[in-house]
Design a protein around this ligand. Structure first.
Ligand code: IYR
Length: 241
């Protein structure tokens, strides 16, 4: 047996039961790989989370494409345990803002966040004002599907729900940035009110809220440094003893 032997996938008898097809995959030449990697990194490194938005409308087609892109995320047993709930309705956005600001007032003004937490947030200058929830043209709330609820009322387990939904969230942010839209990963806390305001069933739990639109022209963002590669990457070149 050669070092490169690989047990065949799929097992031949499985193909009688489930469909398989050859993967479409174009190998790029090394030069093009490096060019694409370099320019994509520069593009993503320019992404920031604004906290003031313009009210300019965004066509639903772009929101649909961002959600379709996010939904290409890999997921545990391919269950895709997420739901992207989108609204541009002013009354819904107002209800979300009001409930979020009420919770955040308790967080910031009644010290529900402990001292360490408030210290960590100090350089970001966040507070309980969340006007962007009404001003941004779209709010998309990503829900994790804790379990699958079938139409006939049957329940089915979902797997790696947080990992899967987290990956979808990252791809959503990436898709929005790539199409020239801005978003803020907002986690009002606690955020159970989102299930009520958006009328979601109890197998879904709010995961992250995304206001989406264009940044207010001239908006400032904190001057933050990203960790250098050597602080986020470790190469292991021999077994640890
Ligand atoms: N949920 C609050 C507080 C907050 C917490 C973290 I961690 C942040 O990175 C930013 C804000 C709020 O939305 O203001």
């Amino acid at each position: 047996m050669s070092d490169h032997y690989q047990h065949p996938y799929p097992p031949p008898e499985l193909e009688a039961e489930y469909p398989f097809h050859p993967l479409e995959f174009d190998r790029l030449d090394p030069q093009e790989m490096l060019e694409r990697a370099t320019s994509f990194y520069a593009q993503m490194d320019a992404r920031r989370s604004p906290r003031m938005f313009a009210s300019d409308p965004v066509p639903i087609g772009l929101i649909e494409l961002a959600i379709a892109t996010a939904s290409t995320a890999p997921s545990g047993a391919h269950k895709q345990p997420w739901k992207f709930v989108a609204t541009q309705n002013p009354e819904v956005k107002r209800a979300i803002r009001q409930a979020a600001e009420e919770e955040e007032r308790t967080n910031y003004l009644d010290n529900r966040m402990n001292e360490e937490w408030q210290e960590a947030l100090a350089p970001l200058g966040t507070d309980h004002h969340k006007e962007f929830l009404e001003i941004a043209p779209w709010i998309v709330v990503l829900f994790e599907e804790r379990f699958e609820l079938r139409a006939d009322g049957q329940k089915r387990t979902n797997y790696y729900v947080k990992e899967s939904t987290g990956i979808a969230a990252g791809m959503f942010i990436t898709a929005l940035h790539n199409m020239g839209l801005a978003t803020l990963t907002h986690t009002p806390s606690p955020m159970n009110f989102l299930s009520r305001v958006l009328g979601r069933p109890n197998n879904e739990r709010p995961f992250i809220l995304f206001p989406i639109g264009f940044p207010l022209p001239g908006v400032k963002v904190p001057t933050l440094a990203r960790k250098p590669l050597d602080q986020v990457m470790v190469v292991v070149d021999r077994p640890h003893t």
